[in-house]
Design a protein around this ligand. Structure first.
Ligand code: ATP
Ligand code: MG
Length: 230
């Protein structure tokens, strides 16, 4: 298993709205190790999504450094970022970014297709993973014909199907009932244990926090606490 730690040094993100500066992240220093299972919590507006967006290279910091797998994400070219996302990092965002004209299964297969995995293998893997996230029988539905929670699970399936070394997820259980949320967390913990996948996800949900090995609390863009979980 390759090393894929995340390191942030003196990370700041200030949004500019006209003449007003909004400090979304203030001097964030954070190290995430291989095989960590980290939960980001904090009230609405505390900076969780901003941090995940910066780590994924979707947005750039105002100052500071971000390293993923020893590479500076904040300085990476678009092509290198795309390469890194394709082969190493899985993402689940608050807006699920599913492709509306593709079925659930086709959405899951899409990334594997880009990775050059053959058709049979793609079909097999995507059906297995959709079953694991509780979507058996819904493989042929398009996102528009699925509930919010079901779409969210398609997005999770798509992010984990090709076994990324790092998964970043912004409130992956936000629209799920507690039973579905628990089974999803169990699936992610199993991946963490058996494949060494590193997870960093945000949540408001106490139940989901309890699954994490480490809890990082944000408040007003700062890290308020960072503790191992019992
Ligand atoms: N594109 C933007 N332009 C201006 N301000 C922004 C933008 N995105 C986020 N912010 C501000 O940055 C701060 C952090 O927002 P962020 O979305 O990271 O919080 P969050 O912890 O994810 O909240 P939630 O729990 O509601 O998802 C907030 O004050 C927010 O209003
Ligand atoms: Mg958010």
């Amino acid at each position: 298993m390759e090393q894929l730690p995340v390191t942030c040094r003196h990370l700041n993100k200030i949004y500019q709205q006209g003449h007003i500066s909004i400090p979304a992240l203030v001097d964030i220093n954070l190290e995430i190790h291989q095989n960590d299972f980290v939960c980001l919590s904090g009230p609405s507006g505390s900076g969780k999504s901003t941090l995940l967006n910066l780590l994924s290279g979707l947005d750039t910091p105002t100052s500071g450094e971000i390293e993923v797998d020893g590479q500076r994400v904040d300085e990476m070219s678009r092509a290198n970022l795309a390469e890194m996302r394709l082969h190493k990092i899985g993402f689940v965002f608050q807006a699920y970014n599913l492709i509306p004209v593709l079925s659930a299964q086709e959405n899951v297969e899409f990334v594997m297709q880009l990775q050059g995995i053959n058709r049979q293998e793609r079909a097999k893997k995507s059906r297995t993973i959709l079953k694991e996230v509780g979507l058996k029988g819904l493989e042929n539905r398009r996102p528009g014909d699925l509930s919010g929670g079901q779409q969210q699970r398609v997005a999770v399936a798509r992010a984990i199907v090709s076994g990324p070394s790092l998964l970043l997820a912004d409130e992956p259980t936000a629209n799920l009932d507690s039973q579905t949320a628990e089974s999803l967390m169990q699936l992610l913990r199993t991946m963490n244990k058996e494949h060494g996948t590193t997870f960093l996800f945000s949540t408001h949900d106490k139940l989901v926090m309890d699954y994490s090995k480490r809890l990082v609390k944000l408040h007003d863009g700062r890290i308020k606490s960072d503790e191992a979980q019992a």
